[in-house]
Design a protein around this ligand. Structure first.
Ligand SMILES: C=C1C[C@]23C[C@H]1CC[C@H]2[C@]1(C)CCC[C@@](C)(C(=O)O)[C@H]1[C@@H]3C(=O)O
Ligand SMILES: O=C(O)CCC(=O)C(=O)O
Ligand SMILES: [Fe+2]
Length: 377
């Protein structure tokens, strides 16, 4: 085969000015071999899920209707899942299926835009907002086979304040205003769902019912659309590598293609897509807020050989400067603290500037905190 110099420059496509890889799937899909930058080590790829997580979904209908027995049942189901692997599905969550569909449709339309247009709202270093192709400007190896669009949302938004609409409109133009309204509404619904789940998490721990709800009421979240194009050598790469989310709670909707896997009972288990369900996972910050009782869920996303896969993610965080500390009524008399006090601002800085979130983020963060500040165990 004649590998002329120009061919070599094209594969993988590189940004001429900065020399970083460009996630241009129309070009990447044409080449026979996966660029090494996208290859993940054997230990992250091996043991593909052979099982599906068997847990039945948590039905929220009774909780929303104020039925005490059903609330107790849902809280117990959530408690069991969180003590073991930190993951559960919810149904009858009250979010209109048409809204979820519309959010997926608008994300689709965005990812189908020409690359130059998507790059016009490129995510900058240290920020969680904007477009990112394979995170190629942040990392040079183990690149995730995905592109993302993310933006922030404040929970204590007064009615009528349209931060998401304004961000989308000002960065992408007036023709995206409709998309902005859909995302704004989606964020509002996700916030309400998240605060309801916070109550169930508190009931499950036997702490004051509104404790976590209040803690997150003035917090903020990041909404993200993930687009995982098909990959001929899907078995050599990952859409999102094994990690636990550094934030508190994550609410995700995956399309019908499937690819989300969680690590539970010492094996990878696939999460079967269910259009009427949201999947919820505990993140590192909530693990700290429960003094290690609720487990931060280790998960990953595999990619498909033939089909593009999409997911909508809502990452929930406390207010940036609030001290993350378990409630007093949770701590037994002799119980020791598993983690020191910290703020989401610190953990966010750690994962954006010093450490790439993986399966041991919280542990590494605590070491980093001790070595950087006066905080000592
Ligand atoms: C604070 C955050 C960092 C990430 C986005 C939010 C919550 C989850 C984190 C992430 C998804 C964990 C896996 C690695 C990561 C780099 C990714 O693949 O997107 C992480 C996010 C990020 O830094 O963008
Ligand atoms: O897309 C998915 O199913 C998982 C994505 C994920 O884990 C993340 O964005 O943190
Ligand atoms: Fe995640």
């Amino acid at each position: 085969m004649d590998l002329s110099a120009s061919t070599l420059i094209l594969f993988p496509p590189l940004d001429r000015e900065n020399g970083v890889l460009v996630f241009d799937t129309t070009l990447l899909e044409k080449q026979p071999n996966l660029p090494t930058q996208f290859m993940w080590p054997h230990e992250d790829l091996a043991y593909a899920a052979e099982h599906e997580l068997p847990d039945p979904p948590v039905d929220l209908k009774g909780f929303f209707n104020g039925d005490q027995e059903a609330t107790g049942f849902a809280a117990a189901q959530i408690r069991t899942a969180c003590l073991s692997h930190g993951f559960f599905k919810v149904v009858n969550h009250g979010v209109d299926a048409r809204l979820v569909h519309a959010a997926h449709q608008h994300m689709d339309a965005f990812f189908k835009l020409p690359l130059s247009r998507k790059l016009s709202i490129k995510r900058n270093q240290g920020s969680l907002c904007g477009y990112s192709g394979a995170h190629a400007d942040r990392f040079s190896s183990k690149l995730p086979w995905k592109e993302t669009l993310s933006f922030t949302y404040k929970h204590a938004n007064e009615p009528g304040r349209l931060d998401v609409v304004n961000y989308i409109k000002s960065s992408l133009g007036k023709e995206f205003e409709g998309a902005g309204y859909v995302y704004q509404k989606y964020c509002e619904e996700m916030k309400n769902l998240c605060l309801a789940i916070m109550e169930l998490l508190a009931i499950g721990l036997g702490v004051e019912r509104s404790h976590y709800r209040k803690f997150f009421e003035d917090g903020g979240s990041v909404m993200r659309g993930n687009n995982y194009p098909p990959c001929k050598q899907a078995g050599l790469t990952l859409g999102t590598g094994p990690h636990s989310d550094p934030n508190s709670l994550t609410i995700l909707h995956q399309d019908e293609v499937g690819g989300l896997e969680i690590f539970a009972d010492n094996k990878w288990q696939a999460i079967r897509p269910r259009p009427d369900a949201f999947v919820v996972n505990i993140g590192d910050t909530l693990m700290a807020l429960s003094n290690g009782r609720y487990k931060s869920c280790v998960h990953r996303a595999v990619v498909n050989k033939e089909r593009v896969r999409r997911s909508l993610v809502f990452f929930v965080n406390p207010k940036e400067d609030k001290v993350v500390r378990p409630p007093e009524d949770l701590m037994g008399r002799e119980e020791e603290r598993e983690y020191p006090d910290f703020t989401w601002l610190d953990l966010q800085e750690f994962t954006q500037n010093h450490y790439r979130a993986d399966t041991t983020t919280l542990q590494s963060f605590v070491h980093w905190l001790y070595s950087n500040t006066k905080t000592q165990p």
